[in-house]
Design a protein around this ligand. Structure first.
Ligand code: HEC
Length: 100
């Protein structure tokens, strides 16, 4: 019993502190709803060319988070932080493939 309690106390803070990972399915819906118009006007198709162009601006997860936050703010999309995380999860899974 003591041992169980010990394990509980050791692992509880770690899981409580871990960054919740976004949900890419929700992120995809958010991007399709709010983010495609400009990107598609610039790159044609579904606009995803902006994420895969050779001279893309985003080179790591931190920059991706920052860019999503910026585009969210610039376009008055009004996403909450957990929605931004969902979008980052989707864009990373689909296009960028940075290590978490
Ligand atoms: C008003 C037009 C517009 C809208 C709407 C828009 N963006 Fe952008 N986005 C841009 C422009 C312009 C760039 C590229 C800037 C450059 O190349 O210097 C960009 C670039 C990006 C990039 C970086 C691509 C790279 O180079 O790696 C990401 C990520 C991104 N946008 C995410 C989003 C998200 C998420 C949304 C939805 C909230 C969104 N954008 C909506 C105009 C827009």
């Amino acid at each position: 019993m003591r041992r169980l309690l010990f394990l509980f106390l050791v692992f509880l803070p770690v899981s409580a502190l871990a960054e919740p990972v976004g949900n890419p399915k929700i992120g995809q819906q958010l991007v399709e709803k709010s983010c495609i118009r400009c990107h598609a006007a610039m790159y044609g198709g579904n606009g995803s060319g902006i994420y895969t162009r050779p001279d893309r601006m985003v080179h790591n997860l931190k920059q991706l988070e920052a860019r999503v936050a910026l585009c969210n703010a610039n376009t008055n999309t009004g996403w909450l932080p957990d929605e931004e995380r969902d979008v980052v999860a989707f864009l990373n899974q689909q296009y960028y493939h940075f290590k978490q």
